[in-house]
Design a protein around this ligand. Structure first.
Ligand code: COA
Length: 391
């Protein structure tokens, strides 16, 4: 056995001196193979409406029950910009008798569904960075819903990846990923970690009410991962994190009352508030100015002229909201190149949306280009991550 002193010196010599400067080393994406088009979604909803109206025919005729009206492909695309969404379990969602994702329950000795897709995204990020999981210190599972209370999803993901460190879950709805990035960046800044995975497995199909005409088109499933590291160990090509900022303001306009103190099944009548509910118009009106101002204030604090931002990777909830926010930030209507959308094929993927946009639309930028990852959603909550390309 080597003397303690010698072994310690070899270890410290092989680790470059940490800088305390956080960067994004890599991102990863898992996309479910199945996808539902607006046409398929609307056909399923309308079949459900027909059945419900037929079952309630007498009450509807007596004026006691309002008939359900049809959903429309044209409305969905015009109001939201969404044309399709990926899902983990297509057939049961489209079955008018089920209208919820379903899969065989897994035993405690099998990996859980959320962890499985989180691991897939995390592996992609680790591979892109050329990072050995042994060198990662922490896993944050940052998502809008967790599959169970405990053990934490993050710890299951950590174990599956073979990471020797710690993990925990965090939930800030659609802003979970940016809150996770700031948390990871703070670990780097304080020297408490050199490499942190922020994993966002979003199985939003499980908390969407597929029977609600006003919102059944909104969400899709996906998983993303962001590897936040100290600049000293990052690959040559990375993104400097120039600054992070978080904001929350309480609002009931996006709410989900499901929780461990109530155990109603989503299929039971009268439990719609145990799934996603929102006042979409109010959200639109209140969140757009809040987020635009937050971006402008943070840009000013960082000494960045917002008109110089090369690209905005905004939260993907609604094309109209993104159009208005980017216009206020850039001072002109943003092109698809300046503010790319993934809403058309992914729908709203909650906290993963801005990360998907970043993952799919950053390769073409040049070293020195500055951009913004920004999320916003329930809480209300919002997070900004200003980044600059290196290498
Ligand atoms: N098919 C056809 N018509 C529909 C419909 C559907 N699926 N859903 C609603 N409509 C109708 C409504 O009944 C209403 O009809 P009326 O004017 O005759 O009453 C009309 O379309 C407008 O409804 P409204 O809910 O006001 O639509 P909207 O233009 O506000 O768009 C959202 C709805 C949800 C797309 C939009 O409000 C939004 O994106 N808000 C922000 C959402 C958001 O970011 N949420 C965060 C989630 S994390």
């Amino acid at each position: 056995m080597r003397p303690m002193q010698e072994s310690y010196m070899q270890e410290t010599q092989s680790t470059p001196a940490l800088t305390g400067r956080p960067v994004i080393s890599a991102t990863g994406l898992f996309t479910p193979t199945e996808s539902i088009t607006n046409e398929e979604l609307v056909a399923s909803f309308n079949a459900f409406a027909d059945r419900r109206n037929a079952a309630n025919a007498a009450a509807i005729a007596a004026g006691e029950v309002e008939p359900l009206t049809y959903s429309s492909v044209e409305f969905i695309e015009k109001a939201s910009g969404i044309k399709a969404r990926h899902v983990m379990s297509k057939a049961p969602i489209l079955d008018p008798d089920v209208m919820a994702p379903r899969w065989d329950e897994r035993g405690n000795d099998e990996i859980s569904v959320m962890a499985e897709i989180g691991v897939a995204a995390a592996r992609a990020a680790l591979e892109q960075a050329g990072r050995d999981p042994q060198d990662v210190d922490a896993v944050l599972c940052a998502a809008s819903n967790m599959q169970r209370a405990y053990p934490a999803m993050a710890i299951e993901i950590q174990q599956a990846l073979g990471i020797d460190g710690f993990g925990f879950d965090m939930n800030v709805a659609c802003s979970s990923a940016t809150f996770g990035i700031q948390t990871a960046a703070d670990y780097i800044r304080s020297g408490n970690a050199k490499s942190v995975l922020v994993v966002s497995p979003e199985i939003t199909s499980g908390h969407l009410n597929w029977r609600d005409r006003d919102s059944h088109f909104i969400f899709g499933d996906v998983a993303t991962a962001v590897l936040v590291e100290d600049a000293a160990i990052a690959p040559a090509a990375h993104w400097d994190i120039l600054g992070t900022k978080l904001k929350t303001v309480f609002s009931n306009n996006i709410r989900n009352n499901f929780g461990f103190l109530n155990r109603a099944s989503p299929e039971t009548e009268g439990t719609a508030d145990k799934l996603f509910v929102q006042e979409g118009r109010k959200v639109f009106k209140e969140v757009v100015p809040m987020v635009a101002q937050m971006i402008l204030d943070e840009a000013a604090r960082l000494g960045i002229d917002p008109r110089d931002l090369r690209r905005l990777w905004l939260h993907q909830a609604n094309a109209g909201m993104n159009r208005l926010i980017s216009q206020r930030v850039l001072g002109h209507e943003a092109s698809e190149d300046e503010s790319p959308t993934v809403l058309d094929t992914y729908g709203n993927t909650s906290s993963a949306g801005s990360i998907i946009a970043f993952h799919l639309h950053h390769d073409d930028l040049n070293a020195g280009d500055t951009g913004l990852i920004c999320s916003f959603g329930a809480g209300y909550s919002a997070g900004t991550v200003f980044v600059r390309k290196v290498g």
